[in-house]
Design a protein around this ligand. Structure first.
Ligand SMILES: [Fe+2]
Ligand SMILES: [Fe+2]
Length: 164
């Protein structure tokens, strides 16, 4: 699976990318953002707040675009794909709850750092699970054309949410 992800990633950036290409590249972007915030614990407040705003926006946009493109299509295919999709969607909801808890705290609070680490851990686990259990299913249950159409749809929704 790791090899496939690497190969697919090199194809990112083209309009004809499949949803698998697009999601693999997006997951790496999310990991980089969350890792930066993790590494820059002692950065000044403004820099951290800006990074957090970006990481939060990107995570929520990813979840929404993924649900409306990939999972919306997968739930209508095999029993297995439906099961994996519902599991992933419920984890998206859990991430949103942790974000809400963080929003109710002050980022200067030590508890905020703990919550951020909890979210980072949960998100990384989620991305890995999707890469291992969901993305390999796509070529079994969806045609290549459909996978490319969903890749374009993901990008469209992501752009509406984030402007890029
Ligand atoms: Fe997801
Ligand atoms: Fe994802």
């Amino acid at each position: 699976m790791a090899t496939n992800t690497m190969e697919r990633q090199s194809a990112s950036g083209k309009k004809s990318d499949t949803i698998v290409d697009v999601i693999a590249a997006e997951h790496n972007r999310l990991r980089a953002l969350f890792d930066r915030l993790h590494a820059e614990k002692d950065a000044d407040k403004k820099a951290r707040n800006d990074l957090w705003a970006k990481a939060k926006q990107e995570l929520l946009a990813h979840h929404e675009a993924e649900e409306e493109s990939l999972f919306n299509a997968l739930v209508q295919t095999s029993k297995d794909a439906r099961h994996e999709s519902l599991h992933a969607i419920s984890e998206h909801g859990e991430h949103k709850k942790v974000i809400e808890q963080m929003e109710a705290m002050s980022p200067d609070d030590e508890d905020w750092d703990e919550k951020f680490e909890e979210l980072r851990h949960d998100v990384f686990h989620h991305l890995e699970e999707e890469e291992e259990d969901v993305l390999p299913l796509v070529s079994d249950v969806l045609s290549d054309d459909k996978a490319r159409e969903l890749g374009a749809k993901y990008r469209e929704i992501h752009k509406e949410e984030t402007g890029d």
